[in-house]
Design a binder for this molecule. Sequence first.
Ligand code: ADP
Ligand code: MG
Length: 376
Amino acid sequence: MKESLLTEFKNRFGTEPTFYASAGRINLIGEHTDYNGGFVFPGAIDKVIMTAIAPNGSDNVRVYSVDIDEYAEFGLNEEDAPEQPWARYIFGVCRETLKRGGTVKGFDAVFAGNVPLGAGLSSSAALESCFAYALNDLFNENTIDKFELAKIGQSTEHNYCGVNCGIMDQFASVMGQKGKLMRLDCRSMEFEYFPFDPENYELVLVDSRVKHELADSPYNKRRASCERVAKRLGLETLRDATMPMLKAIRSDITAEDYFRAKFVIEEKDRVLAVCEALNAGDYETVGRKMYETHAGLSDDYEVSCEELDFLNDVARECGVTGSRIMGGGFGGCTINLVRKDLRDKFTATATARFLERYGHEPKIYPVVISDGARKA
Ligand code: ADP
Ligand code: MG
């Protein structure tokens, strides 16, 4: 990727660039916990966006997207926002850096990536983090704190791309380290690294390539359930709720609210159990917790769908150690913890059986936990 970016950059701009990369991410466990003040447990992966970039001495940004084969040019003032959606991520990162008192000057850039777009691996966060990191290094002597770089990406999504996302994706993309996952406390924003470097297992994502658009907003409804139960318990969020507390009010709340809250409370405990298991190198327990999360998301939180339940069943039948929906639900990927000697059998079986049942093949992405934003 680096070689082809260099050739492309030289042909277009004729100078010597510096290279930066930032990664996509997975979340091992901790789903629908962020807005409940709980924990998420992401890591950066070996799929990246990379840019070749150099200051150009002007007030303008000139940037070429290799993958989309489009060129964009924009100024750094608020009214200069570019038309192309992909360029708005870069414009947003420039604006958000400036808003925070950082320095951004004109630059030339060429970029490309191998993070699959829209598959739930957060290619957009990889793109934002890559440029936020580059601007910090090129123009700010790396004085902007890394967590702040993640916030620059998040604010870019909010203010320039119309996506009201949490901090997890950008956080993982910026802070990720090879062989480590991070437990992020979504209430205090404190985080801690845990080892994830299994010798005998691999992470494999299976992308169903389906996305069910539902009539009402299932996300908002679930959020409202959680808020109602927290309020009933006299808590700000479900973070401090326990199962005995929930059981004590069971007859005062709807069955639906009860099961939504049950999932959130159990999921928080599962994240903590997985952290403990990883410290002990116990990947079998990690896998069991992943299956429990899937069951909770499917039965209690009701955000699964037929295709994802099918993939989960196939994983179990193939002897996969752990498998669950990754992301909000209603489609997208499953994340699977697979023993290396089972990997080929599992991916071949999942592909064939899914094709037979649903008429198209899922996409398979093996991923390795890797470094986040960096000079490349
Ligand atoms: P994801 O779940 O992958 O983050 P999004 O819809 O949030 O999906 O972000 C995808 C968008 O990010 C693309 O439509 C494009 O505008 C931008 N993008 C991501 N990767 C690339 C790339 N390699 N080249 C150009 N634009 C990209
Ligand atoms: Mg995105």
